[in-house]
Design a protein around this ligand. Structure first.
Ligand code: PMP
Ligand code: GLN
Length: 384
């Protein structure tokens, strides 16, 4: 069937997201799927049991629009414990249908026609389309492999009276880099004399590796008072299919956020919110997460020993970039496809996260996998 007229598309440059494309290709060719970021190991049985208990106890109807108060309280407690910031659970915490919805809602609630939004590329692929649908204009700041460091003096030059927002993402998808305290000081300095909003995508807050400290916006009161912070329980508790996340923001920003949220989803599924609230009460359920992923990263890198890939160990997230310039001259999109179809290992080409795709020969591999999966995939990669 076809709509019997021309549709003037609102997103002419957008096609199906790379995550759907590569996961579908992996399935079609029965490849090890290290592309889309999701774990292939068991979820905590305790967490699953909490969900069952909530359902059995009858918590199966609408949650409050802002989220179950039990979960908002636990998010506030965790934020205070880890980052020393107090967020009022009544007014400054909202539970969302994953990080994606939280991001979309924050953009929709604040970006107007002609507003400029600074994005560092490579950037997670949902940011720019959301901004454009609001009539906003993404201003791209390309970062260079392999360290993807931000030159804050260059960022400062881009700021003008139309700059409405700066989006940051630490730990960073797809590069696996993290912000330092110095980055935060620069961000504080360039936003001191203006009213720019910061959107801080912190969905990988619990996967900062090598003993580094997560530079949450919440640690910096001057930044926190102008910021949305986005989190994802899907990422934190290895349940990406549950699609539950949260947003933290000062009261007046959150008021606007909720005006949109209430009509975008109204509220998020009740038993899972309550189960996560229960699970968060024990800090042992989250403080050891970096150890698990550090082990997996190290296992994957060790397994790649002797391969022709160039590796700069990732600092955060559960993604490892691998440079394949010693193996092939192909474009990353082509190489990623061939690797999936012919060699049965799926990855994500990094160039798709740039506005002007680079010729960098870099692929992103998800190592949130069982050792057996990583071993088998690495074995194939070592033979290239
Ligand atoms: N931001 C980044 C950087 C991500 O990688 C993801 C994917 N998990 C999201 C946001 C969206 O999170 P969710 O799956 O909770 O929607
Ligand atoms: N965040 C995940 C990734 O980067 C995927 C999310 C999605 O499929 N939309 O791979």
């Amino acid at each position: 069937m076809e709509y019997p007229s021309n549709i003037s598309t609102k997103l002419p440059k957008v096609s199906t997201t790379i995550f759907s494309v590569m996961s579908a290709l992996a399935k079609e060719h029965n490849a090890y799927n290290l592309s889309q970021g999701f774990p292939d190991f068991e979820v905590s049985p305790k967490l699953i049991e909490h969900v069952h208990a909530e359902m059995r106890a009858g918590f199966n109807q609408y949650a409050p629009m802002e989220g179950a108060i039990e979960l908002r309280e636990q998010v506030a407690i965790k934020t205070e414990k880890l980052y020393g910031a107090h967020y009022n659970p009544e007014k400054e915490v909202t539970i969302t249908a994953g990080g994606t919805q939280a991001l979309y809602t924050a953009f929709t609630a604040t970006i107007r026609e002609e507003d400029e939004v600074i994005l560092f590329t490579p950037a997670y692929d949902s940011y720019a389309p959301a901004i454009e649908l609001c009539g906003g204009k993404p201003i791209y700041v390309p970062l260079e492999a392999p360290h993807y460091k931000i030159d804050w003096n260059e960022v400062k030059k881009l700021i003008n009276r139309r700059t409405r927002m700066i989006v940051i993402n630490t730990p960073h998808n797809p590069t696996g880099t993290i912000f330092s305290a110095d980055d935060m000081a620069h961000l504080e300095s360039i936003t001191r004399d203006n009213d720019i909003i910061i959107l801080s995508d912190e969905v990988y807050e619990h996967t900062v590796l090598d003993g580094f400290q997560h530079q949450s916006i919440a640690r910096y009161p001057k930044l926190a008072e102008r910021s949305f912070i986005i989190g994802s329980f899907g990422k934190t508790f290895n349940v990406t299919g549950w699609k539950v996340g949260f947003c933290l923001a000062p009261t007046n920003l959150m008021r606007e956020f909720r005006k949109v949220h209430q009509y975008m989803v109204f509220s998020v599924n009740t038993p899972i919110q309550r189960a996560i609230a229960e699970f968060l009460k024990d800090e042992n359920n989250y403080i050891h997460i970096p150890d698990l992923f550090q082990e997996k990263r190290d296992f994957f890198i060790r397994a790649l020993n002797g391969s022709r890939f160039k590796v700069t160990p990732t600092q955060g997230t559960y993604f490892q970039l691998l440079n394949y310039s010693n193996i092939s001259d192909e474009k990353d999109t082509e190489f990623a496809k061939r690797l999936t179809v012919e060699h049965k290992v799926a990855s994500i080409p990094v160039s798709v996260f740039y506005h002007n795709p680079t010729r960098d020969q870099v692929l992103r591999f998800c190592f949130a996998k069982q050792e057996e999966t990583l071993e088998k995939a690495a074995d194939i990669l070592c033979r290239l």
